[in-house]
Design a protein around this ligand. Structure first.
Ligand code: ATP
Ligand code: MG
Length: 199
């Protein structure tokens, strides 16, 4: 891929089940606040910390919904790297693979305040600490705790009280999710009849 090296690239990993405007606002706000070259939204192939707790929508569908959500948004891209790699998704392995696509890039891993709390449970954190800076964004319902031992920055964004869990519940209850996620995502949810039973 014809990417120039030396870029500062944000990585917003997640399950994206489904993607919603919270993800888009986070990615765009961090892109601009830190003057990054791009932010990659990276759907997990197998979010190993969530497996067994609930049914997770097939990876190809979550990828398609994430692509639909991002559309042509400037500076935002969707990467299928974790789905291509297969198996459980570990950010340190993802960054190794992304580094081959974007040589010499500087990596910033973007997490909501809820996800920041469990950074230390991630795979091979010793290596990950050297690979990337953690960018924490505020999220309603999650207190901010500085990720000690990591290189980190805080980016304050307009609070978005929207979650994948909330959207799944709303669909299951037959409530509207208009404007909580882009219309193109809602079309996919309807076409595939997602979230009707399991929420
Ligand atoms: P779920 O409820 O299924 O966990 P989610 O909305 O948390 O869905 P994820 O795919 O788990 O979405 O989140 C990916 C990343 O985006 C995480 O780091 C999460 O903290 C962050 N994130 C998601 N929604 C928001 C939001 N509304 N505000 C701030 N950060 C968010
Ligand atoms: Mg989550």
């Amino acid at each position: 891929m014809p990417y120039k090296s030396g870029q500062r690239i944000g990585v917003l990993g997640g399950t994206f089940d489904p993607p919603h405007i919270g993800h888009l606002i986070v990615a765009d706000q961090v892109l601009h606040a830190l003057d990054l070259d791009r932010v990659l939204l990276v759907p997990a192939n197998r979010p190993w910390q969530k497996v067994g707790r609930r049914n997770i929508t097939a990876a190809d569908k979550r990828l398609a919904m994430t692509r639909a959500a991002v559309g042509q948004a400037e500076g935002l891209e969707v990467s299928d790297i974790e789905i291509e790699l297969g198996g459980p998704s570990y950010t340190t392995v993802t960054l190794d693979a992304l580094s081959r696509q974007f040589p010499q890039a500087e990596w910033l891993i973007i997490v909501g305040a809820d996800a920041a709390v469990s950074l230390d449970t991630w795979h091979n954190t010793e290596k990950l600490r050297r690979q990337a800076t953690i960018v924490v964004v505020n999220r309603p319902g999650a207190d901010f705790h500085p990720p000690t031992g990591w290189q980190w920055e805080l980016v304050e964004i307009p609070a978005v009280g929207i979650s994948g869990t909330g959207l799944r519940r709303r669909v299951a209850m037959g409530h509207s999710i208009n404007f909580l996620t882009p219309a193109a995502v809602i079309e996919h949810i309807k076409r595939w009849n997602l979230y009707r039973v399991d929420a």
